[in-house]
Design a protein. Structure first.
Length: 491
């Protein structure tokens, strides 16, 4: 029996992982590579960590665990290329699918329905994208969901593993912090004959809160303010989109509904169909505590958005744990209806088809439009051209926007670059030396640059024919003559 159960679990795991892998490959085939320039900024920071490890790899508001992981893989491989970062992201996406499957097994009594829900959670659009993007949203959301799913279990082992999951999630993203607080509150206050021992509860609470408390302590020691990270996030959002207003209070709930309409249609359809055939729509009878924790997260983040705490773009990413939970319910409910109501199978198929068609063809073009994704193909290509220059190259890089991170990430060696100026919206505006031939030449000499990367212009044309061109981006070699004449183009 035990051997049969193990084989069954392996089959289920293979189904979930293969579904995730196919969804990720399909997203790649459609051309998706990055959500925003943050993806490349994170790769650059991981590359820097691989060269010079540090407890806080960024020194900013970004939490450290993703850089420890990706930078650690780069360091172990001896390869800091963008390909390694993307391979790591792909592997973490597969791991996240497994963690969601484990959460489904805790929340859904029907084992096959749990697998169906995990498959849906692995393939819906945002899950597919974030399974290959070099940002930590999907692993953090999967860990968060598993963490709060253990509240449905009275097993000490489950609760400790749930606390460890939340510890890791809280060192990746900020939205799991309210979930860790809810987990701690439930664990401390739960009553009943089957409650956990006092020792188990103390350990679980300590682990769950260690991430937020540790980061607050670090900010207090390193920056003199425990909430330094919050001030940075708020300042950036104000610089980009202005002061927060009452409408921000609804940003997260609207993003939940707007960015993944098919999930909600499937969940509603599954619940209605269950009621129609005489089944209880409560697929997850043990999910009341996790559901309340997720609701509290949405509420607290909505309030925080009034202070500028909402993401500057793609706000729905912060709600990924909720979407994963809805996917588990929707996929499980549809499967259960198919399995237990033979005469309704055609109706189930129609509901699924209509939900996907309505969401994809009607709601997405009209109501569910997303911000554009980052397309930095030419920046990556010119960065890869710079990779071949060797370790002695010193490259002056034109910075028009945050696309310069893609150039640095593509090269695998961000330390080779000297930025022409700071384009952070929080910093005072500075003119680009690339706007003037003389200013550019003076900047080259001042920095000791051996090469220049920038847009084709009258300023860059003084360096002769480029070594590489991608679109309007060029890479030039710069000689440093002893005279004041224009630089030679010879190497």
């Amino acid at each position: 029996m035990e051997s049969s159960g193990s084989r069954r679990t392996l089959v289920e795991v293979a189904l979930v992982v293969s579904s995730k892998a196919l969804a990720s490959l399909f997203a790649l085939e459609l051309g998706f590579r990055a959500v925003s320039d943050d993806d490349f900024a994170r790769v650059v920071l991981a590359q820097q960590f691989a060269r010079t490890p540090a407890l806080d790899p960024t020194g900013t508001s970004w939490l450290p665990l993703p850089f420890w992981l990706t930078g650690g893989v780069m360091r172990a491989c001896g390869d800091t290329s963008l390909a390694v970062a993307r391979g790591t992201a792909f592997a973490l996406g597969l791991g996240a699918a497994l963690i969601v499957y484990a959460a489904a097994r805790l929340l859904i009594a029907d084992r096959r329905a749990a697998v169906a829900g995990a498959v849906v959670a692995a393939i819906f659009p945002w899950s597919a994208r974030l399974g290959i993007a070099t940002v930590p949203e999907l692993p953090a959301a999967a860990l968060s969901l598993f963490g709060i799913a253990t509240l449905a279990s009275n097993s000490a082992k489950h609760r400790i593993f749930g606390a460890i999951s939340l510890l890791c999630a809280c060192l990746c993203r900020y939205e799991p912090w309210p979930l860790a607080a809810a987990f701690a509150a439930v664990t401390l206050l739960e009553r009943g004959p089957q409650r956990l021992s006092a020792a188990t509860r103390r350990v679980a609470v300590s682990l769950a809160l260690a991430g937020p408390l540790g980061w607050l302590a670090h900010n207090a020691l390193a920056h003199g303010d425990a909430l330094h990270f919050l001030a940075r996030v708020s300042a950036y959002r104000r610089a980009v989109v202005g002061e927060g207003h009452v409408a921000e209070l609804f940003a997260y709930p609207l993003a939940l509904l707007r960015e993944e309409p098919e999930l909600w249609l499937m969940a509603i359809g599954g619940a209605l169909l269950a009621a129609r055939v005489g089944m209880s729509p409560l697929l997850m009878p043990r999910a009341n505590r996790p559901a309340l924790a997720l609701a509290a997260m949405v509420a607290l983040l909505s309030v925080a958005a009034l202070r500028g705490g909402a993401p500057t773009h793609h706000a729905g990413r912060a709600m990924l744990a909720v979407w994963l939970a809805v996917a588990l319910y929707g996929g499980g409910a549809i499967y259960r209806a198919v399995a237990h109501a033979g005469r309704a199978r055609v109706a189930v198929a129609i509901i699924v088809a209509v939900s996907v068609a309505l969401g994809a063809c009607v709601l997405r073009p009209w109501y569910a439009r997303l911000d554009s994704m980052a397309d930095r193909k030419r920046e990556i290509a010119i960065g890869q051209a710079a990779e071949a220059l060797g370790p002695t190259a010193r490259i002056l890089l034109e910075t028009r926007d945050f696309g310069y991170f893609a150039i640095q990430a593509g090269s695998g060696e961000p330390a080779r670059f000297v930025l022409d100026r700071d384009v952070d919206p929080r910093a005072p505006a500075v003119s680009s030396s690339f706007a003037d031939r003389g200013a550019l030449l003076a900047r080259v000499r001042a920095t000791g640059a051996t090469h220049v990367i920038g847009e084709v212009s009258t300023s860059t044309s003084q360096f002769g024919a480029p070594l590489a061109m991608h679109g309007q981006l060029g890479l030039w070699h710069v000689a440093h003559p002893t005279s004041t004449s224009a630089p030679s183009t010879s190497r």
